[in-house]
Design a binder for this molecule. Sequence first.
Ligand SMILES: Nc1ncnc2c1ncn2[C@@H]1O[C@H](COP(=O)(O)OP(=O)(O)OP(=O)(O)O)[C@@H](O)[C@H]1O
Length: 236
Amino acid sequence: MFARAATSTLRQTARRQSTTAIASRGISTSSKQSARNLLASRFVMAATAAAAVTLGFTMYKHEKSPVLADSAIPLHGVPGTSKERTFIAVKPDGVQRGLVSDIIGRFEKRGYKLVGLKLLVPSKALANEHYADLSSKPFFKGLVDYMTNGKAPVVGMVWEGPSVIKQGRVMLGATDPKAAGPGTIRGDYCLSIGRNICHGSDSAESAEKEIGLWFGGKGEVVDWTSNNEEWVVSDN
Ligand SMILES: Nc1ncnc2c1ncn2[C@@H]1O[C@H](COP(=O)(O)OP(=O)(O)OP(=O)(O)O)[C@@H](O)[C@H]1O
């Protein structure tokens, strides 16, 4: 709109100037021709100015845009590269026990990049789909109830970095906390398999499915550049 207004103003000025030129020189054929030439050259100048204004305005808008979301890479990242992504969740027991910041802090301190974060009480449909492969297990109903009953929400996250799917699982520790080593999240904070406070995708296929399930609205996963990247990810 801004560019269109600028073009129109410049065009009107060019027309006014050429009209003045015609009037002052008398209306002969040659002066009509030169007026036409003048008009054409002014029009080219106006068009160039309008294009420059449009480009400048577009660059300004881009510079001010706060979110660069998923433009270049898929939502679920690129497995096997530094753009690999995984879905990590703090389950209701982890939220209730105030362990969200510790879990986020471990991934941040390791050097992984947070590219998606949300707090929600998942619907039954979402929890059923998330745990679809366990639907025949005797604990399935209790698991879905505990995830969805709203006594505490779930924190869903997408983390990005080299080998983040495998290393995310290592950082979480064994599913059954009784088998989880010290230094892992479950080994440090949990005692029981039904209250193991966190979830992490177990493969690239699961990460793709889960990120798509929990995230996916426009701009919910943000592709951003960390200033630390060269200090964290390099083979020199
Ligand atoms: N025997 C069990 N009794 C009760 N709950 C269980 C049992 N086995 C698994 N669960 C619950 O189901 C979740 C999913 O189990 P799964 O076998 O997929 O392990 P996981 O992939 O390590 O866990 P998660 O998917 O939560 O990361 C477990 O995290 C746990 O909360």
